[in-house]
Ligand binder design. Sequence first.
Ligand SMILES: [Zn+2]
Ligand SMILES: [Zn+2]
Length: 355
Amino acid sequence: MKIAVYNGVKNVGIRESELPQISHPEDVIVRVDRASICGSDLYIYRGDLHATMSPGVSGLGHEMVGHIVEVGSEVKRFKVGDRITAAYSVSCGQCDSCRQGVTAHCETTNKAVYGFGNAFGGMGGAQAEYMRIPYAEAHSEKIPDSISDDQAFFVSCNLPAAIRGIQNAQIKLGDFVGIIGLGTVGQLALRLAAKSGASRLFAIDKNPSRLKRAREIGAETILSGPNVKEQVLEMTGGKGLDAVIEAAGQPDAFDLSLSLLRPGGKYSGLGVYLGDNHPFNIGDVFLRDLNLSTHGFDNTHPNMWTAIRVIERGLIDPSQLITHRYALDDIAQAYQMFDQASDDVIKIAIHPQGL
Ligand SMILES: [Zn+2]
Ligand SMILES: [Zn+2]
């Protein structure tokens, strides 16, 4: 079978690999029907995790939906032919962390993540024709027939993350809510915020085409620049925002978020931060009574059921964010375009079984 592998910095290729085998009674083997490239995959692509990748060997990708082709002897909840999606992080469902709902910190798998190199369990990736899902019952969900493959792969990572962002923002009826960073997760959070009681939405990004998408669902938009704070204050009569959901993962976006909040405001971080120290004024956070939370190393599985319900009940349709499609063979091109954010790309669907 074919799998996508990390060959080096900005170098992704396809290689032939053995078909995955059941190696534990709780495994399932899945034929991947749809995968994608996540914003977090770009940290790998750009070499930020080079030390933990084995060039030419490490598989890539963690967002998927597919059909089960084989089940281990202890798998009860799934059978061959079921269509499932798995959380990006591999969790056992039995350890203390899993039982507390912090599934990304599973003690059994030691924080294993599909397609994220040796430091994260050396797991195979979803950008492949087939993949092995260990502890499948603990972090996979069956997909109802009413949900398409194009919708279902968002349940592995992006949609549960956006749901967590909404939960952490604690949006109250009538709130003014800002969203900074309008990639896939930011766009999903914006759409969920619009259904969560916010009276006005302020979308902030440096990319005009992403702002246009935000306007289409009723958000007021601001192009990133030196005067964002002044614009927001002017637009809100000097009040500022009740909550900011930050999905940029940049220290200056974090600083901007805090500056836009009114006293008692909520910062809900959805960006990925792999850096070290970043100074900020903790006295200001204290005196303005700000509430800070990040989705951290996201605990996806607890929100997968909600994500499925959000799609099934028509609250939002994540597949509207798919802008491009590639066969697995052409994934190098897909990574290149996603890395460069060219051609107004938002979300790329990868078709491991062909377009
Ligand atoms: Zn992801
Ligand atoms: Zn666990």
